[in-house]
Ligand binder design. Structure first.
Ligand code: PAF
Length: 281
């Protein structure tokens, strides 16, 4: 298991793999790895000859009042998980390795980033697109794996890769949940005992919505109202957004006629949690 700190080390390693004709899978992460990440790495291992994972808490995707400093970091534990899951190398650069002091290039995907998390976290997706495009340029993988929990991120990255003709296949992977339904997230570690219990409201509501859709409900506003009503019953929960959007364009939907994404973002105490599902029609 290799721990790489420098871009040139990654380039050298990938070049040597290419010379042997090996395929390369890549899993970008911010560390604090859990079973959700593990499932991405295992899928990458199953589908590629070599897998590299990046562990980098990317400063440019955090807003000034967000949790960049507090974001959990534990590279030894992360390395262990990567190794057990079958990755060959971990790229864990320092911020100075990734960003020049006088960097002057930005990467922004318009439209898709003005809604949902993008509307609530201005600049967030510019930071994500910048770092992901840099990593894709450095690693040059055949396939890159992203969790569907960040559904908007997947849609934005796919659009960026298409628009910039980046030669990589983006593979979205299903949300991994705790036994009681809570979507796995590095931020779950922030929750107190009471908050952890309250956080179950997210997955519970999404299940209710799925049932309504199965029963034929096609009025998106009715469903939005139902979600808001249920969330308001949980005293520790504060709605950030509740939406029903087209799963490709992320545009607001009134009548459900094709595949939709149902994303919600909720503060449980001070912790902002997201969850979603895609309903195929
Ligand atoms: O999903 C994440 O953890 C991050 O947004 C990513 C893709 C690793 C970019 O920093």
């Amino acid at each position: 298991m290799m721990l790489l700190k420098q871009i040139k080390e990654v380039r050298k390693l990938v070049k040597s793999w290419r010379k042997e004709g090996l395929t390369v899978g890549y899993v970008p992460t911010m560390g604090a790895l859990h079973e959700g990440h593990e499932s991405l790495i295992k899928r990458a291992v199953a589908e590629n000859d070599r897998v590299i994972v990046s562990v980098f808490v990317n400063p440019t995707q955090f807003g000034p009042n967000e949790d960049y400093d507090a974001y959990p970091r534990n590279i030894d534990k992360d390395m262990q998980l990567c190794m057990n899951a079958g990755a060959v190398a971990v790229f864990n650069p320092e911020p100075e390795e990734m960003y020049f002091d006088d960097k002057s290039t930005s990467v922004s995907v318009s439209g898709l980033t003005d809604v949902l998390c993008g509307a609530k976290r201005p600049g967030h997706f510019n930071g994500v697109c910048l770092i992901v495009s840099k990593f894709l340029n450095i690693v040059t993988p055949d396939k890159a794996y992203f969790g569907q929990k960040d559904a908007q991120q997947v849609a934005v990255i796919k659009r960026m890769v298409r628009d910039l003709n980046i030669d990589v296949e983006i593979i979205p992977c299903p949300i991994i949940r705790e036994e009681d339904g809570l979507a796995k997230s590095s931020r779950n570690t922030y929750l107190s005992y009471e908050e952890r219990k309250a956080a179950l409201v997210l997955s519970r509501i999404l299940q209710m919505v799925r049932k309504e859709l199965d029963n034929g409900e096609r009025d998106a506003n009715k469903l939005r109202e139902m979600i808001a009503e249920e969330l308001n019953k949980e005293p520790l929960a504060k709605i950030d957004y509740v939406e029903i959007v087209d799963s490709d364009s992320l545009k607001h939907v009134e009548v459900i006629e094709r595949s939709i994404l149902v994303p919600i973002a909720v503060y449980i105490g001070k912790t902002r949690l997201i969850d979603n599902f895609i309903y195929e029609l």
